[in-house]
Design a protein. Structure first.
Length: 334
């Protein structure tokens, strides 16, 4: 999960398929320390805190101390949208409209003249709107509020740690970013709304999984979206399988604590990779949360997550690639 920070998202500005940074890994391990400590005595609470730390760990270290205040902003823009999603989840029609309207609104913000607002538009489109989709899986707002508090708390801790590190030169993007247009915002909103509508219609246990998958892989650039679509499914398979194996072994709590450090550190270390690997780590943590108290559900939860991920990716393909291609073809035929 990225943020309002001008740090590269996975698959966006990295030059290598898997780009490992030891300094980022070390910082991620430090950021994960509170979550690891809690996990050692209360696994579900500690893993939930690790989920909260991930956004700040993944975005990397902003170059200046002043810019690092964005780490706190990222926690807010991650947590509060999820709460919003949980609040509208009990009213399906409202939830569908909210997802669509926020996607279009974020794209409309990109049309403003101030570059800083354009950066905010990118954050809202790639982070906040998908997290509203995630929130649709929580019909109990109190659970979403608890996770939001952990996310904001994790980002504050990451910010305080970042102040201890020296400033450095800003990274130069490997290639220019594709602009977010109003037309793209409409298609993004349509993808999220469609996924949410299907989830509500089928009464899925986790309505937000397909919706979030669609919104997270959608990008204005076709090549980038193709990379993220393949990466999302592969990451789900890898992260889900790893979690099933770990939980199935019924290890001691300290093993989960070590896993939390490893996951957050690895997520931080690979955040500049061209391949979309971020969801590997979120999937692992989510599966541990789901299965820790009920390992017998492993097969069901794995199938559920995989099928909803594929559904979301398919919807993203329709609105992100097929619809624009059809539009271009129709224009050429005139």
């Amino acid at each position: 999960m990225p943020g309002a920070h001008e740090q590269p998202e996975p698959g966006e500005t990295g030059t290598r398929r898997i780009d490992w940074q030891w300094r980022a890994a070390a910082l991620g391990a430090v950021d994960a320390a509170p979550a690891a400590a809690v996990t050692a005595v209360a696994v579900p609470s500690g893993v939930a805190l690790a989920v909260g730390v991930l956004p700040a760990a993944i975005i990397g270290l902003p170059p200046t101390r002043r810019a690092r205040a964005a780490l706190i902003l990222i926690g807010i823009l991650t947590g509060l949208p999820m709460v919003l999603g949980s609040l509208v989840a009990r009213t399906p029609l409202l939830a569908i409209v909210v997802v669509f309207a926020l996607a279009v609104g974020a794209a409309a913000l990109a049309r403003t003249t101030v570059a800083k607002r354009r950066n905010l538009s990118k954050v809202l489109s790639t982070l906040s709107v998908p997290l509203v989709g995630v929130g649709l899986s929580y019909d109990d707002p109190a659970t979403a509020v608890g996770l939001a508090v952990l996310m904001i708390g994790g980002s504050v801790f990451a910010y305080l740690v970042s102040l201890l590190l020296p400033e450095h030169a800003a990274d130069v993007p490997a290639r220019p970013e594709t602009a977010i247009t109003l037309g793209y915002g409409v298609r993004l909103g349509a993808a999220g709304a469609t996924a949410a509508a299907i989830g509500f219609a089928l009464d899925l246990d986790h309505v937000g999984w397909a919706c979030a998958a669609a919104l997270l892989v959608m990008r204005p650039d076709t090549d980038e979206q193709m990379t993220r679509m393949a990466g999302r499914i592969a990451s789900m398979l890898i992260g889900g399988t790893a979690a099933v194996l770990v939980v199935g072994a019924t290890p001691a709590d300290w093993v989960y604590s070590a896993a939390v450090v490893a996951v957050v550190a690895t997520a931080a270390a690979t955040h500049r990779s061209r391949w979309y690997v971020t969801s590997t780590f979120t999937t692992f943590l989510v599966f541990v949360l789901l299965l820790y108290s009920d390992p017998e559900q492993a097969e069901y939860r794995f199938t559920e997550r995989l099928s909803e991920t594929v559904l979301g990716v398919a919807i993203a393909f329709l609105f992100g690639i097929a619809v624009p291609a059809l539009g271009r073809r129709t224009q050429w035929s005139r």
